[in-house]
Design a protein around this ligand. Structure first.
Ligand code: GUN
Length: 292
């Protein structure tokens, strides 16, 4: 069994980007600038956004973090988005999800200028992705594709089962892996909360992408020998033996599934760091496109 070391691969990618930034500076070019909007103080969202901002600083990007209170109105948030859309200093920005319930997520995502939408969530960019046109690929699926590619995992003609149909991971993942591309050309099945005979489907899978949001949902008896496992889930599970009172668990029961898997991503240190690296890659791409 081989661990798909997202931490290492993401560090390699970040080094590649940092080198690129150095050459931009030496040529007198503007360095990429990423902004992130965080509404409220959800613990996990704060952790993710801070990690994104810190990653920018480490590789030489400029970054701006805009923190808004939980009670922010939709109108106020839309105004901030408008400000970023029209600020020539900002190459790309993200609005961390989920948003407080008084704010319509769809309205917010649609307000982002598609040319600055480095999360790739705007309908224009989702459409471009579905049509295989140049776009910003959503960072988590993009990171998974990159991980599969760098470990040279064969996907062509393989049975891929995607657990979950979220707009952020499951849906784009299923589209990308079915396309004619590197880490694509697969036969993809999407399973979700209404799927029947789930176990019969997962047992046929050569590759499973687990993005269902239920901790340790996929167990060893649900998979076949030599399966490749990509675990997108990350949940805090109460654990009295830990100092902070919790441990991080994925959507995969690592102990049992890893005994059968040929490759598996750990949680943490698998998909999570890849998401951040690909967000940086998209921001670099945004900067380069704005130059053109
Ligand atoms: N919440 C969970 N994942 C993501 C992500 O990739 N981008 C944003 N903006 N919010 C998220």
């Amino acid at each position: 069994m081989i661990i798909l070391d997202g931490k290492k691969v993401s560090n390699d990618i970040k080094e590649e980007i940092a080198e690129h930034v150095k050459s931009m500076i030496s040529k007198g070019d503007k360095v990429p600038h990423l902004a992130a909007i965080l509404v409220g103080s959800d613990g996990a969202s704060m952790t993710y956004v801070n990690a994104k901002v810190k990653a920018c600083q480490r590789i030489g990007f400029n970054s701006t973090l805009i923190e808004l209170p939980e009670y922010t109105s939709e109108e106020e948030l839309l105004q901030k988005i408008h400000d970023l859309n029209t600020n020539n200093d900002i190459d790309g920005f993200i609005v961390q999800l989920p948003l407080p319930k008084q704010i319509d997520e769809q309205k917010v995502l649609m307000a982002i200028d598609p040319n600055k939408d480095v999360d790739g969530f705007h309908p224009v960019n989702v459409g471009r992705m579905a049509l295989d046109l140049p776009t910003f690929l959503p960072a988590t699926p993009y990171g998974i594709m990159e991980l599969l590619e760098r470990y040279q995992i064969e996907t062509s003609g393989k049975n891929v089962v995607v657990l979950g149909r979220s707009h952020i991971v499951g849906r784009p993942m299923s589209i990308l892996m079915s396309q004619k591309r590197k880490a694509g050309d697969a036969t993809v099945t999407v399973v979700h909360s209404r799927s029947k005979n789930l176990e019969a489907i997962t047992k046929e899978a050569d590759i499973i992408v687990a993005a269902i949001g239920i901790s340790e949902f996929l167990t060893g008896d649900m998979v076949k020998e030599d399966v490749v496992i990509i675990d997108v889930g990350i949940t805090r599970v109460p654990d009295a033996t830990k100092k902070n009172g919790y441990r991080l668990a994925g959507d995969v029961h690592f102990e049992s599934v890893s005994q059968k898997a040929s490759y598996i991503t750990p949680v943490p240190g698998g998909v999570g760091p890849m998401t951040i690296a690909m967000l940086l890659k998209n921001t670099l791409l945004a900067r380069e496109r704005h130059n053109q």
